[in-house]
Write a protein that binds this ligand. Structure first.
Ligand code: AMP
Ligand code: GLY
Length: 431
């Protein structure tokens, strides 16, 4: 098979790395890819909102399957574009239809879906320009802190957690009336604050059945001990020690099954990843958010733990065969540490030469914001998140030790990483 992966981050490199190990694969293309994805396939430049260009790439390279990495093309309807096109309609796209991608693309849709299907989540209401005053009253009915979420996609920035009711009311007005997050905050979901520890759970679903992938914990804040600004993710650990069999059974019964059944009952076509952003509140899982794709940097610890051929899993997803599919995991712990450019997630410089990439051992490098400089035969930084260093160990501390030893072998001007990935799991880890 010839497979096209859409995207350019560590997640797409991890997917490419894994499917390159499949006997079923002839050629892998990554559009647009990064310096690392060149090691697993051929990069093709593209803007991911240019579906017509993607169509040309699919035809020219005789692509048999398309795997969509990030959410934007899914929310924009790339699945439906393929289905509606007479040439592309039989080429499977791994990712939900536009309606399914609303689980991520519209927080109010996701919350209404959860309410309808009795899926545990924080109490909420949705407001827009027609009922801002009711929003103020709803804030008064909740206790601090207050959680305000822009309804639409806001590049991970649309969630505000605010201590004072007065500030929350002012923010609500700014989001709705002053378009603080553009169109994304025309509607705002206000919800109850849940207190607990978060984790990410993933399934691949064919719309009727599903396989559960290894779970992971993501470290979103820029600073040590979970302080400072939110980022795309500074590292991840899989498995998550507190997600024991009893907890995961609750996740499956109370969250995964009703989600997949709810989609199917509503006639929503969904053949792809569902990412459940969960919080463990005193032993009970609640959904904080859905995403319609794999997580990043969760993919960089989850995918190396999947033993089963990922192409077989994607094929079963496309064909509606997941009922008969088993998935096998590596029981070791995977730790992924993200090297970022200093200044990220705000302003940072690009174009710094990355040294030491050939010195690493006992780890896997998943490139994110990297670009090849062919003239100078070097790899340079081209983004905020630059490279994930993933290592496997018999337990979390051995995985982390190996990962950090390799982190220290890689250098570029302005390199920064969190040194405490996994810090909050130590208390649960009994491997
Ligand atoms: P989201 O974009 O929905 O994942 O929200 C970003 C982050 O805000 C989450 O990862 C949580 O850390 C936090 N958050 C969102 N909703 C809530 C909530 N209801 N209670 C507590 N924290 C929340
Ligand atoms: N790591 C969180 C995300 O992919 O959205």
């Amino acid at each position: 098979m010839n497979i096209l992966i859409l995207g350019s981050g560590g997640r797409e490199h991890a997917i490419g790395w894994k499917i390159a190990q499949s006997k079923k694969v002839k050629n892998i293309y990554i559009a647009p890819g990064n310096a690392g994805t060149r090691n697993v396939g051929t990069n093709i430049p593209v803007d991911l909102d240019d579906f017509h260009r993607i169509k040309t790439i699919v035809i020219e390279n005789e692509i048999d399957m398309v795997i969509v990495g990030p959410e934007a093309p899914l929310v924009d309807g790339i699945y439906d574009f393929f289905v509606a096109d007479s040439v592309l309609k039989d080429i499977p796209v791994i990712g939900p239809s536009k309606d399914g991608a609303k689980l991520e693309g519209s927080k109010s849709f996701a919350k209404d879906f959860m309410a309808k299907n009795n899926i545990p989540t924080a109490a909420y209401q949705t407001f827009d320009s027609s009922n801002i005053n009711e929003g103020h009253l709803f804030i008064d009915s909740l206790t601090s802190p207050y959680v305000l979420k822009a309804d639409g996609l806001a590049a991970g920035k649309g969630v505000l957690i605010i201590d004072s009711a007065e500030d929350a009311k002012a923010e609500l007005t700014s989001m709705i009336s002053e378009h603080k997050f553009g169109d994304a905050s025309k509607s705002v979901v206000i919800e109850e604050f849940l207190s607990g520890i978060e984790l990410s759970v993933f399934v691949l679903t064919d719309g009727e059945d599903y396989v559960i992938l290894p779970e992971a914990k993501d470290y979103k804040r820029i600073g040590q001990s979970d302080t400072g600004l939110n980022t795309g993710g500074m590292g991840s650990i899989s498995p998550v020690a507190f997600a024991n069999a009893e907890f995961m059974q609750k996740v499956e019964d109370q969250i995964i099954k009703p989600t997949v059944n709810g989609l199917s009952n509503d006639g929503i076509v969904y053949k792809g990843f569902i990412f459940f952003g969960l919080i463990n509140v005193e032993g009970n899982p609640y959904v904080i958010e859905y995403n319609c794709r794999m997580g990043d940097p969760e993919a960089e610890s989850v995918i190396p733990r999947i033993v089963t051929d990922l192409v077989d899993l994607f094929d079963a997803t496309a064909k509606g065969n997941l009922k008969n599919t088993k998935i096998e995991f590596d029981n070791r712990t995977a730790a992924a540490i993200m090297l970022v450019s200093v200044g990220y997630p705000e302003n940072y410089e690009k174009g710094k030469v990355i040294k030491g990439l050939d010195n690493v051992n006992n780890c896997i490098l998943f490139h994110a914001g990297t670009a090849i400089d062919i003239e100078n035969n070097s790899v340079k930084t081209s983004g905020g998140r630059v490279i994930a260093v993933t290592a496997m160990g018999e337990n979390m501390s051995s995985a982390l030790k190996k990962a950090y030893a390799n982190v220290d072998l890689i250098n570029f001007e302005g390199k920064y990483e969190r040194r405490d990935i996994g810090f909050d799991l130590v208390q649960f880890d009994n491997k």
